[in-house]
Design a protein around this ligand. Structure first.
Ligand SMILES: Cc1cc2nc3c(=O)[nH]c(=O)nc-3n(C[C@H](O)[C@H](O)[C@H](O)COP(=O)(O)O)c2cc1C
Length: 161
């Protein structure tokens, strides 16, 4: 199974999960960059404002051939209960994704991840292949290897079935 991990991370939390998952799945990895929402307290507020309004930003990367993969796993932080704007912008660009797309997200724990998962799934032409939500503190401070391993094993088993 050829797998690609594509993620956006403003402050490194989602990147930690992306790296662990890429190692577990032996996946190619590509990052979405967004200059508008680079770290900083004012830009945090700006990101929240634009997230509520749904104002999609310009993004850069990743420069990858997504369609040559059997599975693409997309990672995003939750912003105002939505997938982050850079990931929404990525999907709005209609990338040539394979039929199997899964999601992982990190969140601050002050709103459930389900809203963002449903919203993300609704943007795909096929049912979501799986999802994993990890809260910010766990993603940064805890040993996430078991959760990542279980998620990866589920994706591999579903592919085989
Ligand atoms: C603009 C903005 C809005 C956010 N909104 C939410 C939210 O609605 N619910 C939540 O649980 N966390 C929210 N968070 C917290 C992030 O989802 C969380 O800290 C995440 O792990 C950050 O990931 P990153 O370091 O990869 O950018 C928000 C963060 C930002 C910057």
């Amino acid at each position: 199974m050829r797998t690609a991990i594509i993620f956006y991370s403003r402050t490194g939390t989602t990147r930690r999960v992306a790296d662990a998952l890429a190692a577990e799945l032996d996946a190619d990895i590509g990052e979405i960059h967004c200059h508008r929402f680079r770290p900083g307290p004012l830009r945090y507020l700006m990101a929240g404002y634009h997230s509520v309004k749904g104002n999609l930003p310009t993004i850069e990367g990743p420069d990858m051939d997504f369609s040559s993969h059997d599975l693409v796993v997309i990672g995003t932080p939750v912003w105002t209960s939505h997938p982050s704007l850079p990931v929404r912008a990525f999907l709005a660009g209609k990338p040539d994704l394979p039929d199997r797309v899964a999601l992982f997200l990190t969140h601050g724990g002050h709103s459930p991840a389900e809203t963002a998962i449903s919203e993300f799934a609704a943007l795909l032409p096929h049912p979501l292949a799986g999802s994993l939500a990890i809260d910010h503190d766990t993603a940064l401070k805890a040993d996430i290897s078991e959760r990542v391993r279980t998620f990866a094993a589920t994706l591999i088993a579903n592919q085989a079935g």
